[in-house]
Structure formats: structure tokens, C-alpha cells
Design a protein around this ligand. Sequence first.
Ligand SMILES: [Fe+2]
Ligand SMILES: [Fe+2]
Length: 353
Amino acid sequence: MNARTQNHDDGQQPSVYDLSWMDVKSEWGLRATPSKHGLTLNDINIGTYGVIPKDASKSLSFAPRGADFDPDDLPSMGYTVNTRAEAWADNLGKLYEEAVARQWSSTRDIPWRALSPLPSDMEHAMCQLCTFLTEVEFVAGEIPGSWLQRINTAYHETKLFMATQIMDEARHLEVFRKRALANGGGLGKCPKEIEESQRYIFEFDTFPRMLARVHLFGEGRILTLFRLGEMIAQNETEKTIFRLCAQDESRHVAFGCLQLRTLVEEDPDRIEDIQDALDVAEQRTLEVGSSTTLVEALMILAGGGEAYMAVGKEKLAYIRKKTVQEYLQRCRAIGIDRQPRCRLKEAEDINVI
Ligand SMILES: [Fe+2]
Ligand SMILES: [Fe+2]
């Protein structure tokens, strides 16, 4: 035993405490130094604390990376995502810092007072779009939430970033719900095909497949839509909402792409797995198509009213083309050639957005 005797100078009997925990076998004595913006997550990746294990499957407890612990002695938390290739990427610490620094408030940071009454068709269309976005933002938060508990603590940067994503998605559904209720309209319809097009995402059985479907494919599509928000926003309030949401979504897409690129670099055998997940995502999108309810609402917004839906349809065709182009670019950026396999190109005439 490493019990130490502690002497007191108060004349009483010396006390014996078990201070063996001070004989710690971590890298004791290091001192992390703050960088330009303060003490960042990357700044504390020093010495062995910054060594990211290739395989953490022998250690399934809550114990943090670099602590002194015996993995055989601690209970298993049942983590199933336990390799660096699957669950980590170089820049995730930085992305987490950015997420923390760029949190905004849907209560304070949106110019709600800039809203003014819209013609009835436009208000209906905006409220329908906001209802759809509220629905999908639930999914966007709940899926990362369901994976968070499966990722090994050795890859804490990944877990921390996902926590920010869940908060971001909460704020997104909050802001779209607020917009629906703030200008004399209200929530619209929830068509079955929208729900069907999202439900199967919960069935992806590996973390990279989920990232391919949700972050690369799904959030990438939403990001393009938000970036082109100027085409559908009717006032400063809506422009601000789309701009701030796009800022968040671009981080979520970056997270998925960085992670998938790491996987492709470390384990190229997994490329087919990612391609297959994208096959499923594209196929389901083509099968379910886009909801008429949503497409018509977007046509009204982009065209400037019910009487100008043909103009709106042209603009939507541009958005759709851009969506596919940017998706293919993202695939290239992670090291996957999706061009020859992409099924969305076949759907030039289909109202799929
Ligand atoms: Fe979102
Ligand atoms: Fe997102």
C-alpha cells in the first residue's frame, strides 16, 4: 500500500490517509499553453494526451484519454465506434471551438420586428417550408444524439462536436417554428412522404454510413438550399434565419466530410461501404421524390407568388442543379468519385430537390 503518514504540527496524533491516487501513471507535470484565442481543445493535446489511439476497443469505460486506469477493471459502457478511422479526424477540435464561439440565439439575434404581413399565398408557402424544416431539424438532432452514446471516449473531440450539433439543430427547429408563428400564418401540413423519406435513416448500422447519409448527403442538400436562401426569403428576418442556419450547417457538413475523408485515407476498403450508403440515400430520394406540398411552396416563394410559379420552377431547377453539383464536389473532396454512380442526374425532369 502507498499509504502516507501525514504529520500535523498541532500536537495531535499523526493521521494516516490513503494518498495512493497521487502516484498517478498519467503524464504528470505537463503544462498546456494557451494559444491566440485562449486555451483550446487542441492546445491541451500535448504529450501522450494528444495521442489518438488507432483502436480503443479494449477500453470501453467513461475514462478519459490519457487518464491512469486499468481498462479491465472498469465497467464497459458498450461503445461500438472504437477506431480512429471511424470516429476521429484532425480538425474536429478546431471545428468544436468554432461551434462554441458561433452559437446564436433565435430569440435575440433574429430581427423579428422586420417581419411585415405577406400576401396570403406567400405566407402559406413560407409557413409550409418552415413546417418541413422543423420536421427535418428534429431528425437532424436526434440521429447524432442516438450515435453519441456509441462513440468511445478516446475520441472526445468527436463527441463534443456532436453535442454542439444537437444544440444547433435544436435552435434550427426553434427558429423555423418561431417564423411559422410570427407573421399571422401558422404551422402547415406534414405529408407522409416527408416522414417516409427520413424514417429509414435511423436504420443505418455503422457510423460512417450514417455520416454519409445525414451529413454528406442530407445536410449538404439543406446547406445548398440555405445558401440560396436569398432566392426564397422575403425579408431581412428570413434572410438572417437562412444565413445563420447555413453557417451552422456548413460546420455539420464539414464534420461529416472530415470524418469520412479520414476513413477513406486510413481504410480505403471502406469506400464501397460509403458508396453503398449513398446509393441507398439517392435511391430513396428518387423513390419518395419531393413532396408536391413542399415543391409548390418553394415555387411560390422563389417565383414571388402563386401567379409566378413557372418562374419559381425555373429557379428551383437551378437550385436542384446546384445541389447535385455541390454534392458531387463534396464526394470528390473526401476521396470518392461519385460522378459515374450518381443516380440523381437521371432525374433531370423530376421535381426532386
Ligand atoms: Fe439544421
Ligand atoms: Fe445540421
